[in-house]
Design a protein around this ligand. Sequence first.
Ligand SMILES: [Fe+2]
Ligand SMILES: [Fe+2]
Length: 471
Amino acid sequence: MAEIDYSSKIPNNVNLADDRRLQRALESWQPKFVEWWKEMGPAGFQGDEVYLRTAVDVGKEGWAHFGHVQMPEYRWGIFLAKPEENRTIGFGDQKGEPVWQEVPGEYRSDLRRLIVVQGDTEPASVEQQRLLGKSAPSLYDLRNLFQVNIEEGRHLWAMVYLLHGYFGREGRDEADAMLERRSGDPDQPRILEAFNEKTPDWLSFFMFTYFTDRDGKYQLGALKESAFDPLSRTCDFMLKEEAHHMFVGASGIGRIIQRTCELMNEHDTADISAYGGINLDTIQRYINFHYSVSMDLFGAPKSTNAATYYSAGLKGRFAEASKDDDHELEHSESTFLTIDDGKIFEETSRALNLVNDDVRSDYSEDCGKGVRRWNRILADHGVDFEMGLPHLGFHRGVGPFANVNVSPEGVVLSDEEWAESAHQWLPSEAEQAFVSSLMVPVYEPGKMAGWIAPPSSGINTKPVDFDYVRL
Ligand SMILES: [Fe+2]
Ligand SMILES: [Fe+2]
Protein backbone atom coordinates (compact mmCIF):
# COMPACT_ATOMS: atom_id res chain seq x y z
CA MET A 1 0.00 0.00 0.00
CA ALA A 2 1.51 3.30 -1.09
CA GLU A 3 1.52 6.33 1.19
CA ILE A 4 0.02 9.45 -0.33
CA ASP A 5 2.53 10.97 -2.72
CA TYR A 6 2.22 14.78 -2.60
CA SER A 7 5.41 15.46 -4.49
CA SER A 8 3.95 14.65 -7.89
CA LYS A 9 1.52 16.79 -9.89
CA ILE A 10 -1.41 14.61 -8.93
CA PRO A 11 -1.37 13.57 -5.25
CA ASN A 12 -2.17 9.88 -5.08
CA ASN A 13 -1.74 6.66 -3.17
CA VAL A 14 -1.95 4.40 -6.23
CA ASN A 15 1.73 4.48 -7.23
CA LEU A 16 0.96 6.63 -10.21
CA ALA A 17 4.67 7.33 -10.76
CA ASP A 18 5.12 3.63 -11.63
CA ASP A 19 2.64 3.77 -14.49
CA ARG A 20 3.92 6.45 -16.84
CA ARG A 21 1.19 6.00 -19.45
CA LEU A 22 -1.60 6.42 -16.96
CA GLN A 23 0.21 9.29 -15.26
CA ARG A 24 0.63 11.11 -18.57
CA ALA A 25 -3.02 10.54 -19.49
CA LEU A 26 -4.22 11.92 -16.17
CA GLU A 27 -1.77 14.82 -16.32
CA SER A 28 -3.27 15.80 -19.65
CA TRP A 29 -6.79 15.63 -18.16
CA GLN A 30 -5.75 17.76 -15.16
CA PRO A 31 -5.61 21.17 -16.92
CA LYS A 32 -9.00 20.50 -18.50
CA PHE A 33 -10.37 19.84 -15.02
CA VAL A 34 -8.91 23.08 -13.65
CA GLU A 35 -10.31 24.97 -16.62
CA TRP A 36 -13.73 23.44 -15.92
CA TRP A 37 -13.38 24.38 -12.22
CA LYS A 38 -12.63 27.99 -13.05
CA GLU A 39 -15.51 28.21 -15.51
CA MET A 40 -18.16 26.13 -13.71
CA GLY A 41 -16.96 26.01 -10.10
CA PRO A 42 -17.85 28.65 -7.50
CA ALA A 43 -18.51 32.03 -9.13
CA GLY A 44 -16.08 34.50 -7.55
CA PHE A 45 -13.90 33.72 -4.52
CA GLN A 46 -11.31 31.86 -6.60
CA GLY A 47 -8.55 34.15 -5.39
CA ASP A 48 -9.66 34.11 -1.74
CA GLU A 49 -8.12 31.90 0.92
CA VAL A 50 -10.51 29.27 2.22
CA TYR A 51 -9.98 27.12 5.29
CA LEU A 52 -10.23 23.70 3.65
CA ARG A 53 -9.46 20.17 4.60
CA THR A 54 -7.29 18.10 2.30
CA ALA A 55 -6.91 14.34 2.52
CA VAL A 56 -3.39 13.38 3.59
CA ASP A 57 -3.95 9.77 4.64
CA VAL A 58 -6.63 7.15 4.13
CA GLY A 59 -6.45 5.57 7.58
CA LYS A 60 -9.09 5.84 10.27
CA GLU A 61 -7.50 8.70 12.23
CA GLY A 62 -5.85 11.95 11.23
CA TRP A 63 -6.63 11.59 7.54
CA ALA A 64 -7.16 15.25 6.85
CA HIS A 65 -5.10 18.41 7.01
CA PHE A 66 -6.77 21.83 7.47
CA GLY A 67 -5.39 25.09 6.18
CA HIS A 68 -6.15 28.22 4.15
CA VAL A 69 -5.80 27.68 0.40
CA GLN A 70 -7.03 29.33 -2.77
CA MET A 71 -9.45 26.93 -4.39
CA PRO A 72 -7.72 26.56 -7.78
CA GLU A 73 -4.57 25.58 -5.83
CA TYR A 74 -6.34 22.75 -3.99
CA ARG A 75 -4.52 19.41 -4.29
CA TRP A 76 -7.20 17.26 -5.88
CA GLY A 77 -5.91 13.74 -5.84
CA ILE A 78 -6.57 10.04 -6.18
CA PHE A 79 -7.02 8.20 -2.91
CA LEU A 80 -8.22 4.66 -2.48
CA ALA A 81 -8.96 3.09 0.89
CA LYS A 82 -6.46 0.48 2.04
CA PRO A 83 -6.99 -2.89 0.37
CA GLU A 84 -8.64 -5.56 2.44
CA GLU A 85 -6.46 -8.66 2.36
CA ASN A 86 -7.98 -11.74 0.72
CA ARG A 87 -11.24 -9.93 0.13
CA THR A 88 -13.89 -12.11 -1.48
CA ILE A 89 -17.07 -11.25 -3.36
CA GLY A 90 -19.87 -10.74 -0.86
CA PHE A 91 -22.97 -11.39 -2.98
CA GLY A 92 -24.34 -12.66 -6.28
CA ASP A 93 -23.47 -15.70 -8.41
CA GLN A 94 -19.75 -15.52 -7.62
CA LYS A 95 -20.11 -15.04 -3.89
CA GLY A 96 -17.04 -16.29 -2.01
CA GLU A 97 -14.65 -16.04 -4.97
CA PRO A 98 -11.72 -13.60 -4.89
CA VAL A 99 -12.53 -10.00 -5.90
CA TRP A 100 -11.24 -8.65 -9.22
CA GLN A 101 -8.28 -6.33 -9.61
CA GLU A 102 -9.02 -5.93 -13.32
CA VAL A 103 -12.32 -5.54 -15.16
CA PRO A 104 -13.64 -8.84 -16.55
CA GLY A 105 -14.39 -8.40 -20.28
CA GLU A 106 -18.03 -9.41 -19.98
CA TYR A 107 -18.78 -6.70 -17.39
CA ARG A 108 -16.82 -3.92 -19.03
CA SER A 109 -19.67 -1.86 -20.39
CA ASP A 110 -21.93 -2.31 -17.33
CA LEU A 111 -19.17 -1.28 -14.94
CA ARG A 112 -18.19 1.65 -17.11
CA ARG A 113 -21.81 2.80 -17.13
CA LEU A 114 -22.11 2.57 -13.35
CA ILE A 115 -18.92 4.60 -12.91
CA VAL A 116 -19.96 7.21 -15.46
CA VAL A 117 -23.40 7.71 -13.89
CA GLN A 118 -21.89 8.11 -10.42
CA GLY A 119 -19.05 10.31 -11.70
CA ASP A 120 -21.39 12.64 -13.57
CA THR A 121 -23.25 13.63 -10.38
CA GLU A 122 -20.06 15.00 -8.80
CA PRO A 123 -19.31 17.94 -11.12
CA ALA A 124 -23.06 18.40 -11.63
CA SER A 125 -23.63 19.42 -8.02
CA VAL A 126 -20.72 21.87 -8.17
CA GLU A 127 -22.39 23.49 -11.18
CA GLN A 128 -25.76 23.58 -9.44
CA GLN A 129 -24.26 25.37 -6.45
CA ARG A 130 -21.92 27.74 -8.21
CA LEU A 131 -23.76 30.98 -7.40
CA LEU A 132 -24.46 30.32 -3.73
CA GLY A 133 -21.29 31.95 -2.44
CA LYS A 134 -22.73 35.34 -3.36
CA SER A 135 -25.49 34.93 -0.75
CA ALA A 136 -23.79 32.94 2.02
CA PRO A 137 -25.38 33.45 5.46
CA SER A 138 -21.93 33.44 7.16
CA LEU A 139 -18.25 32.82 6.51
CA TYR A 140 -18.64 29.49 8.31
CA ASP A 141 -21.31 28.44 5.80
CA LEU A 142 -19.36 29.86 2.87
CA ARG A 143 -16.42 27.68 3.84
CA ASN A 144 -18.64 24.61 4.15
CA LEU A 145 -20.10 25.23 0.71
CA PHE A 146 -16.62 25.40 -0.81
CA GLN A 147 -15.48 22.31 1.11
CA VAL A 148 -18.39 20.37 -0.35
CA ASN A 149 -17.68 21.73 -3.85
CA ILE A 150 -13.96 20.97 -3.66
CA GLU A 151 -14.63 17.41 -2.51
CA GLU A 152 -17.23 16.80 -5.22
CA GLY A 153 -14.43 17.81 -7.56
CA ARG A 154 -12.21 15.21 -5.93
CA HIS A 155 -14.94 12.61 -6.31
CA LEU A 156 -14.89 13.33 -10.02
CA TRP A 157 -11.14 12.66 -9.92
CA ALA A 158 -11.85 9.37 -8.16
CA MET A 159 -14.15 8.18 -10.94
CA VAL A 160 -11.94 9.57 -13.70
CA TYR A 161 -8.99 7.63 -12.31
CA LEU A 162 -10.99 4.40 -12.70
CA LEU A 163 -12.05 5.32 -16.23
CA HIS A 164 -8.49 6.16 -17.29
CA GLY A 165 -6.89 3.30 -15.44
CA TYR A 166 -9.19 0.44 -16.38
CA PHE A 167 -11.31 1.28 -19.41
CA GLY A 168 -8.81 2.28 -22.12
CA ARG A 169 -9.78 4.66 -24.87
CA GLU A 170 -13.52 4.54 -24.08
CA GLY A 171 -12.74 5.41 -20.48
CA ARG A 172 -10.67 8.41 -21.54
CA ASP A 173 -13.49 9.62 -23.79
CA GLU A 174 -15.96 9.28 -20.93
CA ALA A 175 -13.61 11.25 -18.67
CA ASP A 176 -13.55 14.09 -21.21
CA ALA A 177 -17.34 13.99 -21.53
CA MET A 178 -17.64 14.55 -17.76
CA LEU A 179 -16.25 18.04 -18.32
CA GLU A 180 -18.45 18.72 -21.34
CA ARG A 181 -21.93 18.04 -19.97
CA ARG A 182 -23.45 20.92 -17.97
CA SER A 183 -26.13 20.86 -15.31
CA GLY A 184 -29.41 22.12 -16.76
CA ASP A 185 -28.05 22.52 -20.29
CA PRO A 186 -30.81 21.51 -22.74
CA ASP A 187 -28.28 20.22 -25.30
CA GLN A 188 -25.74 18.57 -23.00
CA PRO A 189 -27.47 17.94 -19.69
CA ARG A 190 -26.12 15.94 -16.79
CA ILE A 191 -27.27 12.32 -16.83
CA LEU A 192 -29.68 12.23 -13.87
CA GLU A 193 -32.62 14.60 -13.67
CA ALA A 194 -32.16 15.76 -10.07
CA PHE A 195 -28.72 17.02 -11.11
CA ASN A 196 -30.21 19.32 -13.72
CA GLU A 197 -32.40 21.15 -11.18
CA LYS A 198 -31.24 24.50 -9.86
CA THR A 199 -29.98 24.95 -6.30
CA PRO A 200 -31.10 28.57 -6.15
CA ASP A 201 -30.90 29.39 -2.44
CA TRP A 202 -29.34 28.17 0.80
CA LEU A 203 -32.46 26.44 2.06
CA SER A 204 -32.30 24.35 -1.13
CA PHE A 205 -28.56 23.83 -0.63
CA PHE A 206 -29.03 22.43 2.88
CA MET A 207 -31.90 20.24 1.62
CA PHE A 208 -29.70 19.06 -1.26
CA THR A 209 -26.80 18.13 1.01
CA TYR A 210 -29.18 16.39 3.42
CA PHE A 211 -31.30 14.45 0.92
CA THR A 212 -29.35 14.27 -2.35
CA ASP A 213 -25.84 13.82 -0.94
CA ARG A 214 -27.41 11.08 1.18
CA ASP A 215 -28.52 9.37 -2.02
CA GLY A 216 -24.82 9.56 -2.89
CA LYS A 217 -23.96 7.86 0.38
CA TYR A 218 -26.27 4.95 -0.45
CA GLN A 219 -25.10 4.64 -4.06
CA LEU A 220 -21.46 4.71 -2.97
CA GLY A 221 -22.26 2.23 -0.20
CA ALA A 222 -23.77 -0.16 -2.77
CA LEU A 223 -20.78 0.31 -5.11
CA LYS A 224 -18.36 -0.19 -2.23
CA GLU A 225 -19.63 -3.78 -2.15
CA SER A 226 -18.51 -4.28 -5.76
CA ALA A 227 -16.40 -7.26 -6.77
CA PHE A 228 -14.29 -4.80 -8.80
CA ASP A 229 -11.92 -4.00 -5.97
CA PRO A 230 -10.53 -0.63 -7.18
CA LEU A 231 -14.12 0.67 -7.40
CA SER A 232 -14.88 -0.67 -3.95
CA ARG A 233 -11.82 0.99 -2.40
CA THR A 234 -12.47 4.26 -4.22
CA CYS A 235 -16.03 4.45 -2.94
CA ASP A 236 -14.94 3.53 0.55
CA PHE A 237 -12.76 6.62 0.77
CA MET A 238 -15.32 8.90 -0.90
CA LEU A 239 -17.81 7.93 1.82
CA LYS A 240 -15.48 9.38 4.41
CA GLU A 241 -15.62 12.80 2.76
CA GLU A 242 -19.35 12.48 2.05
CA ALA A 243 -20.20 12.34 5.76
CA HIS A 244 -19.33 16.03 6.14
CA HIS A 245 -21.63 16.99 3.26
CA MET A 246 -24.60 15.40 5.01
CA PHE A 247 -23.58 17.03 8.29
CA VAL A 248 -23.73 20.39 6.51
CA GLY A 249 -27.30 19.62 5.42
CA ALA A 250 -28.56 18.15 8.69
CA SER A 251 -27.07 20.89 10.86
CA GLY A 252 -28.02 23.63 8.39
CA ILE A 253 -31.69 22.66 8.42
CA GLY A 254 -31.54 22.25 12.20
CA ARG A 255 -30.12 25.77 12.59
CA ILE A 256 -32.86 27.23 10.37
CA ILE A 257 -35.54 25.45 12.41
CA GLN A 258 -33.95 26.70 15.61
CA ARG A 259 -33.95 30.28 14.37
CA THR A 260 -37.57 29.96 13.21
CA CYS A 261 -38.60 28.70 16.66
CA GLU A 262 -36.80 31.62 18.32
CA LEU A 263 -38.58 34.13 16.09
CA MET A 264 -41.95 32.41 16.63
CA ASN A 265 -41.54 32.55 20.39
CA GLU A 266 -40.24 36.10 20.35
CA HIS A 267 -43.12 37.43 18.23
CA ASP A 268 -45.75 34.95 19.36
CA THR A 269 -46.81 34.02 15.83
CA ALA A 270 -46.36 31.13 13.40
CA ASP A 271 -45.92 33.49 10.45
CA ILE A 272 -42.50 35.00 10.97
CA SER A 273 -41.93 36.08 7.38
CA ALA A 274 -42.29 39.73 8.41
CA TYR A 275 -39.38 39.19 10.83
CA GLY A 276 -37.01 37.79 8.23
CA GLY A 277 -37.42 34.11 9.11
CA ILE A 278 -38.52 31.03 7.19
CA ASN A 279 -41.87 29.58 8.26
CA LEU A 280 -42.04 25.96 9.35
CA ASP A 281 -44.56 25.00 6.66
CA THR A 282 -42.19 26.38 4.02
CA ILE A 283 -39.39 24.21 5.41
CA GLN A 284 -41.75 21.21 5.31
CA ARG A 285 -42.57 21.91 1.63
CA TYR A 286 -38.86 22.05 0.77
CA ILE A 287 -38.42 18.71 2.55
CA ASN A 288 -41.28 17.26 0.49
CA PHE A 289 -39.70 18.42 -2.74
CA HIS A 290 -36.10 17.37 -2.09
CA TYR A 291 -36.95 14.03 -0.52
CA SER A 292 -39.21 13.02 -3.42
CA VAL A 293 -36.78 14.01 -6.20
CA SER A 294 -33.91 12.32 -4.36
CA MET A 295 -35.87 9.07 -4.10
CA ASP A 296 -36.17 9.06 -7.88
CA LEU A 297 -32.38 8.66 -8.04
CA PHE A 298 -32.72 5.07 -6.84
CA GLY A 299 -34.52 4.10 -10.05
CA ALA A 300 -37.60 1.90 -10.31
CA PRO A 301 -38.10 -0.35 -7.25
CA LYS A 302 -38.41 -3.41 -9.45
CA SER A 303 -35.51 -3.57 -11.85
CA THR A 304 -33.99 -6.34 -13.93
CA ASN A 305 -30.92 -4.15 -14.56
CA ALA A 306 -30.28 -3.91 -10.84
CA ALA A 307 -30.80 -7.68 -10.60
CA THR A 308 -28.20 -8.24 -13.32
CA TYR A 309 -25.70 -5.95 -11.60
CA TYR A 310 -26.33 -7.75 -8.33
CA SER A 311 -25.97 -11.30 -9.65
CA ALA A 312 -22.80 -10.31 -11.49
CA GLY A 313 -21.30 -8.80 -8.32
CA LEU A 314 -21.02 -5.29 -9.78
CA LYS A 315 -23.25 -3.43 -7.29
CA GLY A 316 -24.62 -4.76 -4.02
CA ARG A 317 -26.99 -3.44 -1.41
CA PHE A 318 -26.04 -0.90 1.26
CA ALA A 319 -24.09 -2.66 4.05
CA GLU A 320 -24.52 -5.98 2.24
CA ALA A 321 -22.90 -8.04 5.01
CA SER A 322 -25.43 -6.79 7.55
CA LYS A 323 -28.34 -8.31 5.58
CA ASP A 324 -29.66 -11.50 7.07
CA ASP A 325 -30.15 -13.61 3.93
CA ASP A 326 -28.19 -15.74 1.42
CA HIS A 327 -26.80 -12.70 -0.51
CA GLU A 328 -27.85 -14.33 -3.78
CA LEU A 329 -31.58 -13.54 -3.61
CA GLU A 330 -32.42 -16.07 -6.33
CA HIS A 331 -34.97 -17.94 -4.29
CA SER A 332 -36.23 -15.42 -1.77
CA GLU A 333 -39.14 -13.03 -2.06
CA SER A 334 -39.70 -9.50 -0.87
CA THR A 335 -42.40 -6.86 -1.21
CA PHE A 336 -42.52 -3.33 -2.55
CA LEU A 337 -45.15 -0.61 -2.58
CA THR A 338 -46.93 -0.05 -5.86
CA ILE A 339 -50.17 1.33 -7.25
CA ASP A 340 -52.71 -0.01 -9.70
CA ASP A 341 -56.13 1.29 -10.59
CA GLY A 342 -55.87 4.02 -7.95
CA LYS A 343 -55.06 1.57 -5.16
CA ILE A 344 -51.76 1.47 -3.28
CA PHE A 345 -50.68 -2.00 -2.17
CA GLU A 346 -47.70 -4.24 -1.37
CA GLU A 347 -46.68 -6.45 -4.27
CA THR A 348 -44.56 -9.57 -3.77
CA SER A 349 -41.68 -10.21 -6.14
CA ARG A 350 -38.40 -12.07 -6.34
CA ALA A 351 -36.03 -10.28 -3.94
CA LEU A 352 -33.37 -10.16 -6.66
CA ASN A 353 -35.55 -7.82 -8.68
CA LEU A 354 -36.05 -5.49 -5.72
CA VAL A 355 -32.44 -4.53 -4.98
CA ASN A 356 -33.12 -0.87 -5.86
CA ASP A 357 -36.00 -0.78 -3.42
CA ASP A 358 -33.87 -2.33 -0.71
CA VAL A 359 -31.25 0.41 -1.02
CA ARG A 360 -33.97 3.08 -1.27
CA SER A 361 -35.72 1.83 1.83
CA ASP A 362 -32.49 1.96 3.88
CA TYR A 363 -32.06 5.49 2.58
CA SER A 364 -35.59 6.49 3.65
CA GLU A 365 -35.01 5.14 7.11
CA ASP A 366 -31.77 7.12 7.37
CA CYS A 367 -33.55 10.31 6.21
CA GLY A 368 -36.03 9.85 9.06
CA LYS A 369 -33.29 10.15 11.68
CA GLY A 370 -32.56 13.79 10.87
CA VAL A 371 -36.27 14.57 10.88
CA ARG A 372 -36.52 13.19 14.41
CA ARG A 373 -33.60 15.39 15.49
CA TRP A 374 -35.27 18.46 13.96
CA ASN A 375 -38.48 17.58 15.80
CA ARG A 376 -36.56 17.56 19.06
CA ILE A 377 -35.46 21.15 18.35
CA LEU A 378 -39.13 22.07 17.84
CA ALA A 379 -40.14 20.30 21.06
CA ASP A 380 -37.29 21.92 23.02
CA HIS A 381 -38.63 25.33 22.01
CA GLY A 382 -42.17 24.38 22.98
CA VAL A 383 -43.34 24.71 19.37
CA ASP A 384 -46.29 22.48 18.50
CA PHE A 385 -45.27 21.33 15.00
CA GLU A 386 -43.80 18.11 13.66
CA MET A 387 -41.76 17.76 10.49
CA GLY A 388 -42.24 14.57 8.50
CA LEU A 389 -41.24 12.78 5.31
CA PRO A 390 -43.95 12.53 2.66
CA HIS A 391 -45.35 9.19 1.48
CA LEU A 392 -43.23 7.15 -0.94
CA GLY A 393 -45.74 7.83 -3.72
CA PHE A 394 -45.77 11.62 -3.32
CA HIS A 395 -44.48 13.71 -6.25
CA ARG A 396 -42.53 10.92 -7.93
CA GLY A 397 -41.10 10.93 -11.43
CA VAL A 398 -39.72 7.38 -11.50
CA GLY A 399 -41.29 3.99 -10.72
CA PRO A 400 -44.92 2.95 -10.25
CA PHE A 401 -45.93 6.31 -8.72
CA ALA A 402 -44.64 8.41 -11.61
CA ASN A 403 -47.48 10.48 -13.02
CA VAL A 404 -50.02 9.55 -10.36
CA ASN A 405 -51.22 11.99 -7.72
CA VAL A 406 -50.52 10.93 -4.17
CA SER A 407 -50.73 13.29 -1.19
CA PRO A 408 -47.94 13.40 1.43
CA GLU A 409 -50.24 11.29 3.62
CA GLY A 410 -50.53 8.63 0.92
CA VAL A 411 -54.02 9.40 -0.38
CA VAL A 412 -54.53 8.91 -4.11
CA LEU A 413 -56.01 12.04 -5.71
CA SER A 414 -57.67 13.04 -8.96
CA ASP A 415 -55.95 15.64 -11.17
CA GLU A 416 -58.40 18.29 -9.92
CA GLU A 417 -57.82 17.47 -6.28
CA TRP A 418 -54.08 17.58 -6.86
CA ALA A 419 -54.22 20.92 -8.63
CA GLU A 420 -56.26 22.35 -5.76
CA SER A 421 -53.93 21.18 -3.02
CA ALA A 422 -50.41 20.94 -4.46
CA HIS A 423 -49.51 24.44 -3.21
CA GLN A 424 -49.87 23.17 0.36
CA TRP A 425 -47.27 20.49 -0.28
CA LEU A 426 -44.71 21.91 -2.67
CA PRO A 427 -42.98 25.31 -2.55
CA SER A 428 -44.81 27.87 -4.67
CA GLU A 429 -42.97 30.33 -6.88
CA ALA A 430 -43.85 33.19 -4.54
CA GLU A 431 -42.52 31.21 -1.60
CA GLN A 432 -39.27 30.45 -3.40
CA ALA A 433 -38.95 34.11 -4.31
CA PHE A 434 -39.44 35.02 -0.65
CA VAL A 435 -36.75 32.54 0.45
CA SER A 436 -34.44 34.00 -2.21
CA SER A 437 -35.14 37.52 -0.94
CA LEU A 438 -33.76 36.54 2.47
CA MET A 439 -30.47 35.42 0.94
CA VAL A 440 -28.26 38.43 1.53
CA PRO A 441 -24.59 37.72 2.13
CA VAL A 442 -23.05 38.04 5.58
CA TYR A 443 -19.26 38.02 5.35
CA GLU A 444 -18.26 39.30 8.79
CA PRO A 445 -16.57 36.61 10.94
CA GLY A 446 -19.00 35.15 13.49
CA LYS A 447 -22.06 37.05 12.15
CA MET A 448 -25.10 35.14 10.83
CA ALA A 449 -27.96 36.04 8.51
CA GLY A 450 -31.21 36.60 10.38
CA TRP A 451 -32.94 33.42 9.17
CA ILE A 452 -30.41 30.95 10.57
CA ALA A 453 -28.97 30.28 14.05
CA PRO A 454 -25.20 30.06 14.54
CA PRO A 455 -23.67 26.56 14.60
CA SER A 456 -22.99 25.08 18.04
CA SER A 457 -19.27 24.83 17.22
CA GLY A 458 -16.83 25.70 14.47
CA ILE A 459 -14.81 23.55 12.08
CA ASN A 460 -11.81 21.55 13.29
CA THR A 461 -12.05 23.03 16.83
CA LYS A 462 -11.79 26.58 15.46
CA PRO A 463 -14.25 29.10 16.95
CA VAL A 464 -17.43 30.04 15.09
CA ASP A 465 -16.04 33.55 14.47
CA PHE A 466 -12.84 32.24 12.86
CA ASP A 467 -11.91 33.77 9.48
CA TYR A 468 -12.94 30.68 7.51
CA VAL A 469 -12.71 32.60 4.28
CA ARG A 470 -10.31 35.53 3.88
CA LEU A 471 -12.01 37.84 1.47
FE1 LIG B 1 -19.65 13.20 -4.03
FE1 LIG C 1 -21.34 14.95 -1.55
